[in-house]
Design a protein around this ligand. Structure first.
Ligand code: 5RP
Length: 260
């Protein structure tokens, strides 16, 4: 079945598959959210069912929790697990320093809490997510619903003094209604085009009352595994300072997910 995947899904799949090499029995694993992370959850489920892998997963969203349970992964809360060995998650953009924009799927708050409570964060992404400068992807920020329009105006005013190319902001919608996060909050998407100083932006945006968290992940990610449609993966390791290329045999995994 994986042999019939589109090139983008093959890229996501091989990145997810390679990330599972970081997982060992007994680990507590943060389970990210999004289409790439969903491949990782399915791969881990396969390892639990076929290889008797013993792991406990801490999902970063209700949809990941549902999928993890479906594929046979034992899930628990972060409060129960307390600290995690590893988090594997997707990203919307990453740069050469492995700083990220996340939150395209609206789960940035739980994702950031879980990744920060992990010894290691490994990001899985298709090659299209690699950028020179963060910011072409709109930066999501989670805001509380109370007074969100005032918060939005304050964010726009704050952006005037910051090193960004665009300053438009928009409320994320789900149909005609605001998109609501798992925490009951709203998301503002900041159309910045190019972020000159991501660390400064992240700190200043989080000072605005009403802003809960932003989607910039600075100095959190340890490695990014980049998948290509032909089965090639690049492993970018920020601590070792290396980029290594490998290949995943997609045909060898063709029996995976045949139930999907
Ligand atoms: C969800 C996220 C996702 O990891 C990010 O949006 C990437 O998603 P996908 O793998 O579907 O491209 O941050 O909040």
């Amino acid at each position: 079945m994986t042999g019939e995947l589109s090139p983008i899904d093959r890229a996501k799949f091989v990145a997810a598959k390679r990330a599972c090499d970081y997982v060992e029995s007994g680990m507590r694993i943060g389970l990210g959210t999004g289409s790439t992370a969903a491949w990782m959850v399915r791969c881990l489920g396969e390892m639990v069912r076929q290889d008797n892998l013993k792991i406990t997963g801490v999902p970063t969203s209700t949809r990941t929790a549902e999928l993890a349970q479906q594929v046979g992964i034992t899930v628990t809360s972060l409060d129960e697990a307390k600290w995690l060995d590893l988090t594997i998650d997707g990203a919307d953009e990453f740069d050469n320093d492995l700083n990220l924009i996340k939150g395209g799927g609206g789960a940035l708050l739980q994702e950031k809490i879980v990744a920060t409570a992990s010894d290691q964060m490994v990001v899985i992404a298709d090659v299209g997510k690699h950028v020179e400068h963060l910011g072409a992807f709109p930066l999501p920020i989670e805001v509380i619903p109370f007074g969100w329009q005032t918060t939005k105006a304050l964010v726009e005013e704050t952006l005037i003094g910051l090193d960004v190319l665009g300053r438009a902001t928009s409320l994320r919608l789900n149909g005609d209604a605001p998109f609501v996060t798992d925490e009951g909050n709203f998301i503002l998407d900041l159309h910045l085009n190019r972020i000159g100083n991501a660390r400064q932006l992240s700190m200043i945006i989080n000072q605005i009352p009403g802003v809960v968290e932003n989607g910039l992940f600075i100095d959190i990610c340890d490695a990014v595994i980049v998948g290509h449609g032909d089965g090639k993966v690049e492993v970018h390791d920020i601590n070792a300072g290396t980029v290594e290329e490998e290949r995943i045999d997609i045909a060898e995994n063709a029996n995976l997910f045949s139930d999907l």
